[in-house]
Design a protein. Structure first.
Length: 304
């Protein structure tokens, strides 16, 4: 696992260095200056909050000498959030240049990640730190920057975006819709605004040319239930409705079993009397969410 992690760092360095000659701005290491150059870039705002959240967790874990937990937190931040999501979201289109503000932010974030990793991988992080750009000081003597604020709303939006991309890619694969084939999305939702912040990233990541909301949808469209929303995928490839029914029915049976387990908890007088109020509220929220998902899936099955 350590070898794969090491390779991931070097691959991230190669990708960012490829962008070095494809931006038109001057390099700067001042995060304060960079913030003024970035106009509502969802990916950057999301990773900024995610970085601040992880740094807060690592500080607490290191203070309590939970070194293995701190390393796991950093590992997830670098491997999943930075390499697997952030770099993909900001990657420019084929043969297009990356804008300078986004490129500078990517450099700044990589610096911060190397700084977090330095106590665990000092030789590798020091080498990558100097290869990333010219330095007058070594990483080992650099002072940690102040931890900024965490925007919970944008973190939740980021989680939703990741779930959407993963679910749609999985559905494309199951229905044998080729990655190069363009799709159209129609979303049945009561909160259309929750998609506005990341809509352009979503379309690029799933190769869709349009997204509409709450429009009448053909029965042949592939259907995904995500939270309280239904996502319909329309394309030229004919969707296997029978296979889609089987998948939805499998999800339905799982949710019904989960609902029974939650209802048993809430009907247990001993549990209700001894559990904290917030725990009871969480179980009730689970029950309401599952019931809503069950209704959506049952509606989808009936339409098929």
């Amino acid at each position: 696992q350590g070898k794969h992690f090491n390779n991931k760092l070097w691959n991230a360095l190669k990708l960012i260095k490829m962008w070095e000659a494809k931006n038109d701005g001057n390099q700067s290491e001042s995060n304060a200056d960079l913030n003024n150059d970035v106009n509502n870039n969802f990916a950057i705002e999301w990773f900024e909050s995610r970085l601040n959240q992880a740094r807060t967790e690592v500080n607490e874990q290191m203070t309590n000498f939970k070194l293995s937990e701190a390393l796991k937190t950093i590992y997830s931040l670098v491997w999943d959030d930075f390499c697997s999501w952030f770099l993909e979201w900001i990657k420019p289109a084929y043969e297009k240049n990356i804008d300078s503000a986004t490129y500078q932010k990517a450099l700044y974030f990589f610096d911060e990640l190397l700084h977090l990793l330095h106590p665990f991988m000092p030789f590798i992080t020091e080498e990558i730190y100097h290869l990333l750009r010219e330095r007058k000081e070594d990483l080992m003597v650099k002072q940690y920057s102040a931890i900024g604020e965490v925007n919970d709303t944008i973190l939740q939006s980021g989680d939703k975006l990741k779930e959407l991309i993963t679910a749609i890619r999985d559905t494309r694969n199951k229905n044998q819709i080729k990655p190069k084939e363009t799709i159209q999305l129609n979303v049945e939702t009561t909160d259309e605004n929750s998609y506005s912040a990341f809509q352009s990233i979503l379309l690029k990541q799933i190769n869709a040319d349009a997204i509409t909301f709450n429009e009448e949808q053909a029965a042949s469209a592939a259907t995904i239930v995500l939270g309280n929303d239904k996502i319909f995928i329309q394309c030229e490839t004919e969707v296997d409705t029978e296979a889609q029914k089987q998948r939805l029915d499998k999800d339905l049976q799982y949710l019904k079993g989960f609902l029974i387990a939650v209802e048993k908890k809430l009907s247990n007088d001993k549990f209700v009397q001894n559990a904290k109020p917030e725990v009871i509220d969480l179980e009730r929220k689970k029950k309401a969410d599952v019931e809503a998902k069950i209704k959506l899936i049952e509606h989808s099955l009936s339409s098929l």
